[in-house]
Design a protein around this ligand. Sequence first.
Ligand SMILES: NC(=O)c1ccc[n+]([C@@H]2O[C@H](COP(=O)([O-])OP(=O)(O)OC[C@H]3O[C@@H](n4cnc5c(N)ncnc54)[C@H](OP(=O)(O)O)[C@@H]3O)[C@@H](O)[C@H]2O)c1
Length: 279
Amino acid sequence: MQNTFRETAVIVTGASSGIGRALALRLADEGAWLALAARNAGRLESVAGECQERGSRALAIPTDVADESQCRPLIQRTREVYGRIDMLVNNAGIDVVSTLEDLPDLRLFKQVMDVNFHGTVQCTYHALPSLKETRGRIVNISSLGGMLAIPYNTSYVASKFALMGFSDSLRMEVAHAGVSLTVICPSLVVTEFHERYLDKNGQPQGPSGRAIYTRHTMTADRCAQIVLRAARRRKRQVVMQPGPLALWLKLIAPGLVDRLIISRFLRPAAKRTMDYRQR
Ligand SMILES: NC(=O)c1ccc[n+]([C@@H]2O[C@H](COP(=O)([O-])OP(=O)(O)OC[C@H]3O[C@@H](n4cnc5c(N)ncnc54)[C@H](OP(=O)(O)O)[C@@H]3O)[C@@H](O)[C@H]2O)c1
């Protein structure tokens, strides 16, 4: 097992906030050479600065992963600067919360697929030759929603289920070259994700989105710690709680799990959000 990512070249997409930023900071503490990608150049520079202050090398490479013509230069630039790529963390992600029929058209649906699914495929495709040279690692940040569907998130759930299938298939294709593929399925994590998710008109939810979190919700730093431990060990998959129990129950009583998702998760979360708005 690799004990540290010291002097390994790592690309993290979605590194300007949340889990991606937490991963970048932890990797910086270990002395990794970082290539940080996201759309917001200013925020990316600031994360790169934080990583450099921790003693690591860090490049900010503004990239929209939904655009393949920007994914190739991300990979090329990383290779040019560091001479190698040891790990690709496909973490960039967005969500749209709406029923399918309320969407005025399918543009937002396709945007979610383009970022969450095609963004991963595109970065992976262009990085694969370099990852084979180093017997490197691919880490795909999926979601519990990639194994257990929730309503009002059809595009997100579809993108993450697609990511699971893509990952399981690719893992078998690249194993002979010594490249590992780890899938991470977080449950709720405190990040900007829930204030940035889009409504049916493409408007971000805003601060009330954070009302979904409780004091027990996992921090981004704890999530990053779990991701890096799994990547180090080249683990196949990590499903965070309450995923394992819910997945087991779904095998024997899928209808019950559907009802529990609504009564135990969605209704209380919606109530916390409404209470926040009325404050
Ligand atoms: N938070 C949770 O509860 C949770 C649970 C399960 C799974 N996840 C997954 O964890 C991953 C990280 O999300 P997070 O929770 O850390 O949310 P976040 O704080 O909103 O971070 C998302 C990151 O993705 C980047 N991004 C969005 N669209 C992009 C694009 N087109 N190209 C490049 N970068 C893009 C954002 O930066 P820019 O806006 O600057 O591009 C940001 O850096 C996502 O894949 C999400 O599905 C999160």
